[in-house]
Design a protein around this ligand. Structure first.
Ligand code: ADP
Ligand code: RBF
Ligand code: MG
Length: 441
């Protein structure tokens, strides 16, 4: 990106230096809310599917279509989204956009008793806290109306607390046109005190293609953290970078301060992930890990998985059922983690083991369902299906990725295991004392 034109403006006093290979020199950050900072999208999609299914008394094939259309309509103001839904699903004569929106809103009573708590997106508070500490000015640019925003914050896990991070808040009812129109990002930029010609100084975080279009049309730099399924990643072509989760964002690539909480494992050299050309991977010297702010304990019986871990990869994974653990694992970005595992049945005597695990959709196998797959770094004499397993998730290593060959996948998993082993061997993980009771068998 050519930045020469900026030299004579108000911004020139600010440090121009950007890391090698950086995308841009940004100084301000603008956030979308739904699907980017708080996880409302899944709740909304479920309601849309339920309402439209009822209206059309449709079968499961059509439900798939409704779900798809609901995903595609994300990122817009509610009535715009409803119009897109009616058009795509050919609901003319069945329901009009206003009525459909009304029916959905009746069920989605944000902030009211009985509504589910809206979880934060994984890594959202870490990002907000860090940028605040580094005094980076921040704005919120949401398609949600002011009234809805207040209600949503009542149901949100972090609540009003999250809004305190922003220097400016812009809502959907403050603009004439919603995303993908750039108006709301122009407004957010203005409220941050940034001139139109300096729009490239603003870094926007978005989760939907509509939002990315709006940000780019406003002249901003844009990072996408898709909330849509992988098959739809092509729709994010307009973004300057695409990341799997907020945890993976490399702020220094946008001229912003670099996160300080990643720990390098200097004895394990870095390998770039392959097969994910649309997703950025920076080059580093060493593998690294990110200690979780709060360790997470996942306990349940070992279930049968896809039956390919040992057979195909020579790497057995003791799968846990995601259904009863859903609320807990939603706090984690899909990805590769490490920690400890203990069996609580006949194998209790084998002790506490280190473990590396994937929590997600295993893109190499294109799984439709999420799975929790811990590989215990210990050799067992026999299988232990049905035995209770307790896993303590301690650190995040990387996003899940795709590979061109099974051998490359195997090699990568073994590297993850080395990251885990070395991190513990070298004493790089602190905070384990607080969990000392967990280690007593
Ligand atoms: P599945 O698809 O059913 O999970 P896997 O091929 O992944 O099948 O094998 C997993 C099973 O192997 C576990 O449920 C467990 O009973 C057994 N197992 C043996 N050693 C290990 C180990 N080191 N880590 C995880 N599971 C192991
Ligand atoms: N599967 C993927 O498709 N992509 C990955 O990046 C990936 N990383 C893994 C890392 C670890 C530490 C483990 C234990 C598994 C990983 N797998 C990954 C999952 C692997 O595909 C899974 O164990 C098999 O699908 C068995 O069902
Ligand atoms: Mg398995």
């Amino acid at each position: 990106m050519d930045r020469k034109g900026d030299d004579d403006d108000d911004e020139k006093k600010k440090d121009e230096k950007v890391a090698d290979g950086a995308v841009a020199a940004t100084r301000y950050v603008i956030f979308d809310l739904d699907g980017t900072l708080i996880n409302t999208e899944a709740i909304v999609d479920d309601v849309v599917v339920a309402v439209v299914t009822k209206l059309t008394s449709s079968n499961s094939d059509f439900q798939r279509e409704i779900f798809d259309a609901a995903e595609d309509a994300r990122g817009q103001r509610p009535l715009d989204a409803s119009m897109e839904l009616c058009e795509k699903l050919k609901l003319e004569g069945v329901v009009d956009p206003k009525t459909l929106l009304g029916l959905c809103s009746e069920t989605l009573r944000w902030g009211e008793e009985g509504m589910d708590v809206i979880p934060d997106m994984p890594g959202a508070m870490r990002l907000l806290r860090f940028l605040k500490r580094k005094k980076v000015p921040m704005a919120l640019a949401t398609s949600t109306s002011k009234e809805e925003l207040t209600k949503k914050m009542k149901s949100s896990e972090t609540g009003k607390n999250m809004l305190e991070y922003f220097d400016a808040i812009c809502c959907g009812d403050e603009v004439k046109k919603g995303k993908p129109d750039p108006e709301i990002f122009h407004l957010a930029r203005e409220r941050l005190g940034v001139k139109k010609k300096d729009a490239g100084r603003c870094l926007v975080f978005e989760d939907t293609p509509h939002g990315v279009s709006a940000a780019k049309a406003a002249g901003c730099c844009c990072v996408a953290v898709p909330s849509l399924r992988r098959e739809k990643f092509d729709m994010y072509k307009g973004a300057d970078r695409v990341y799997h989760s907020l945890l993976d964002v490399e702020l220094e690539d946008f001229g912003l301060p670099k996160f300080e909480d990643w720990r390098d494992v200097k004895t394990v050299e870095f390998v770039a992930d392959e097969g994910d050309e649309r997703i950025s991977t920076t080059t580093r010297k060493h593998e690294r890990f990110l200690k979780l702010e709060r360790f997470l304990e996942l306990t349940g019986p070992v279930i049968r998985g896809f039956g390919r871990g040992s057979k195909m990869l020579g790497i057995p994974t003791a799968n846990l059922d995601v259904v009863p653990l859903k609320q807990q694992i939603d706090k984690l970005a899909p990805g590769i983690y490490f920690g400890f595992a203990k069996l609580l049945g006949p194998n209790k005597s084998t002790g506490v083991h280190r473990t590396v695990m994937s929590i997600g959709y295993n893109p190499f196998f294109n799984d439709k369902r999420k799975s929790i797959e811990p590989w215990l770094l210990h050799t067992f004499d026999e299988d232990f299906y049905d035995e209770t397993l307790s896993v303590l998730v301690v650190a995040y290593v990387r996003a899940e990725c795709n590979f061109t060959t099974v051998d490359n996948l195997i090699e990568r998993i073994k590297k993850d295991a080395r990251v885990c082993e070395e991190a513990f061997d070298l004493g790089l993980v602190d905070g384990l004392d607080e969990w000392k009771d967990w280690f007593v068998l």
